[in-house]
Design a protein around this ligand. Sequence first.
Ligand SMILES: Nc1ncnc2c1ncn2[C@@H]1O[C@H](COP(=O)(O)OP(=O)(O)OP(=O)(O)O)[C@@H](O)[C@H]1O
Ligand SMILES: [Zn+2]
Length: 457
Amino acid sequence: MGVRPLTFYNTLTRRKEEFHPIDPDRVRMYVCGPTVYDYAHIGNARPVIVFDVLYRLLRHVYGPDHVTYVRNITDVDDKINARAARDYPGEPLNEAIARVTKKTADQFHEDVRALGCLEPSVEPRATDNIPQMIEMIEELLRRGHAYEAGGEVLFDVTSMPAYGGLSNRSLEDQQAGARVEVEAHKRNPGDFVLWKLSSEGEPGWPSPWGTGRPGWHIECSAMSARYLGQTFDIHGGGLDLIFPHHENEIAQSCCAHGTERMANIWMHNGFLQVEGRKMSKSLGNFVTIRELLETETFGGRSWPGEVLRLGMLMTHYREPIDFSVRKLEEAERILDKFARRAGDAPADGPVDDAVMAAIADDLNVSEALPRLNELDGAALASSLSFLGFETYRETASVDMDEGEIARWIEQRLDLIRQKNWPEADAIRERLSEAGIQLKDGKDPATGERTTEWEVRR
Ligand SMILES: Nc1ncnc2c1ncn2[C@@H]1O[C@H](COP(=O)(O)OP(=O)(O)OP(=O)(O)O)[C@@H](O)[C@H]1O
Ligand SMILES: [Zn+2]
């Protein structure tokens, strides 16, 4: 399709680049998905939302049938095992693990649906891809990039001269900077686990090296190769994944396949922060998506999913967001205004050019917002639908309490008595902006003018 070039910031080359898919008939994107041991927090929601916008953009430009979006579910992890043992102490570990991962993955799906995110084309689970991982580890051993030691198979980082290219750290930097004590069986401090043996009672799969389980990084290398091939177009995730996770994915994939690149463009979203610190499970400063949507934990009320979506997208995806109730209130005000303006116009028209241009420029949603402000009816509805805002029209609410509305009406009636029409009209206008429709009438007894109001939907 002859559409304007899309440009994205590429972490690999540290600049914005034009996007040219390897095969425009099959644009391929991989995003690292959740480790399913606990409910996702709103920081975890950021990559899901950001890459959903990217997925929608690619579908729009190349056609919905020509984009493959893979987002995995990591259902093998020691954190999952620990959680399973804690939550279901009486049960066999395998059953307990299955319960934890099912419950968490189901909740994740429910959460991200409420945020207006499309389902990825494929959502592979680590546990369904163990043979692919084993095969890849065998290839790494064959090619001299891995070794067995201390009940583990490890990747030898010195076997790859280009190691560190994504995160821009040389091996010397890493070795010199290593404060952590090197485990005795490792050849180099940066060597990482591909496979580790399981002891009695730990989950495990048979392998040439004994019953064990894969390391985290190999999961994504094996699953992306299976569904997208050895080199694909875009790989995404949060900033914290650049090192070590993505660096190690690249090492495994390129060394196992003998390729130069695993993915051409690497895109990373910035952190959602609370008082300047990354929202994270370990810091305990998190709010789960579910809490925000369904309880009154955050700001004393619950919030519609699309308000969170817009709150997230108002900041450029590479910038940090300081998350606050005020941010959500602002997003809600904007959505309410849009909802009233779009009314019940159909949303199947073309997407506005200026909105498209902003999104095509490294997903610049905040640049699209002023333009959305200028659009009316159908043009607005279509552009919002493109951006994943579908249900906002039902959730629109009035951003003024009744006392405030009554005071404005009183003031307007005063102005009318003084025949100050321009100022009286300005108040009507102002209330209308807030979604409130005034209806003037006459008191049958006194003949005085009266004013009723209603919410315009
Ligand atoms: N505060 C945050 N802001 C933006 N993205 C985040 C944040 N925290 C995690 N992510 C992203 O969420 C995705 C899921 O990551 P993962 O499952 O590893 O989260 P996590 O490590 O459990 O979270 P935490 O950092 O709280 O322990 C990754 O792409 C990660 O980069
Ligand atoms: Zn990954």
